[in-house]
Unconditional design. Sequence first.
Length: 87
Amino acid sequence: MPGMKRALMAAAAACCLATPVAADDDLVPDVSEALQGLLMLLEGIIESVPQYELPEVLENGDIIIRRVPEAPEEPPEEEETGTAEDI
């Protein structure tokens, strides 16, 4: 599935870049920021869609489609907090 994410992101970027833009140089930074925001939004949407394994057909005809287990998130690093002696 990671290949599908990359392909979708590339297609979205190509569609956005294929639209004509006015020759005004003042619009270039605004358009660039808008495209970056759009790509970040699309990436978040794609990552939020659950991933599934290939369907498995059992002997009795039941079809099972298992969800791919998510990787456990790493706990945030603990910051050293100051004690009363540090103040």
